[in-house]
Design a protein around this ligand. Sequence first.
Ligand code: ADP
Ligand code: MG
Length: 315
Amino acid sequence: MSDETLLDVGEFGFIDLIKKRVAHPSFLKVGIGDDAAVLDLNQPEVVTCVDILIEDQHFKKDFSTARDIGHRAAAANLADLVAMGAQPVALMLALAAPVHSKVTWLIEMIDGIVEEANQLGAVLIGGDTTRAEKVIISITAIGELRNKPVERGGAKAGELVIAAGRFGWAQGGLNVLQKGFRSPKLLVQAHQRPKIEYQAALNAASQLSSMIDVSDGLAQDALHIAKASGVQIDLKAAALTPDDLLIEAALGIGEDPMEWVLTGGDDHAFLATINSDRPIPTGFRIIGEVFKGEPKVTLDGQALTGRLGHDHFAS
Ligand code: ADP
Ligand code: MG
């Protein structure tokens, strides 16, 4: 099927190909092939979220393999569920693509989605397929809540700010690619396929007062917690020193590594707050403190100036 396009296999031929690649666990009563999927979940509370990725706007076929793009698309949703403290169980894929798209590219991309979900035991249960000028990947994720949801608004003065995962790596990797380089490899890979501390966040969830996955940048996402909770968040520069790899790569292309750390999105690190009497959960480290006061984010007590992070509607 190497050169076949969507036009060759048709919508239903393509759906059959997808169907062959997905697992069918026992909680999935009806999977791909009927009008809708039926799930028999263990928990009464269900958590759901959706994201859209558009070719050339959110991903470039030149920068990543199809499989990487699938991983990244699934990761964005899985991280959102986990940031609520929910165990992901299922994904739905709304896919639009040009009729001349190679089926192998699309199936590789779907394999990436399936693999990323598989890390958490979640499966692809359905979707929709249609044509468009560019590839559009919209994933809806469904998760189960075993404890109370971990919202953004629960941070309290006196608590610690903690994090699991990396900051600035994906942004560094993207900048390197945008300047036409392919290395450092580790940085480029961080953009192509984020490594996300799902399990650390799930294990910690019941201990946390708030949590968010960092997709817009650390400063911006910390501000989301600060505003929702009505607190000030002070980040500690000493806990956020960029790795040598980041420093070298940034200097090489005239960028500021600390800006990557503070404003880079897409690493999907988990940012959380916790009562200071509790032990720091495995996989997390302390990166700041919560104070009473006007909702804002500071670095060692100093105001953060400039652009805080990513806003899709900003110029
Ligand atoms: P309907 O016309 O009833 O909406 P479709 O023909 O769109 O049904 O889909 C048939 C089945 O294939 C459904 O179970 C749907 O969930 C599944 N499906 C369609 N596209 C995808 C996709 N891109 N990924 C996963 N499942 C899909
Ligand atoms: Mg449909």
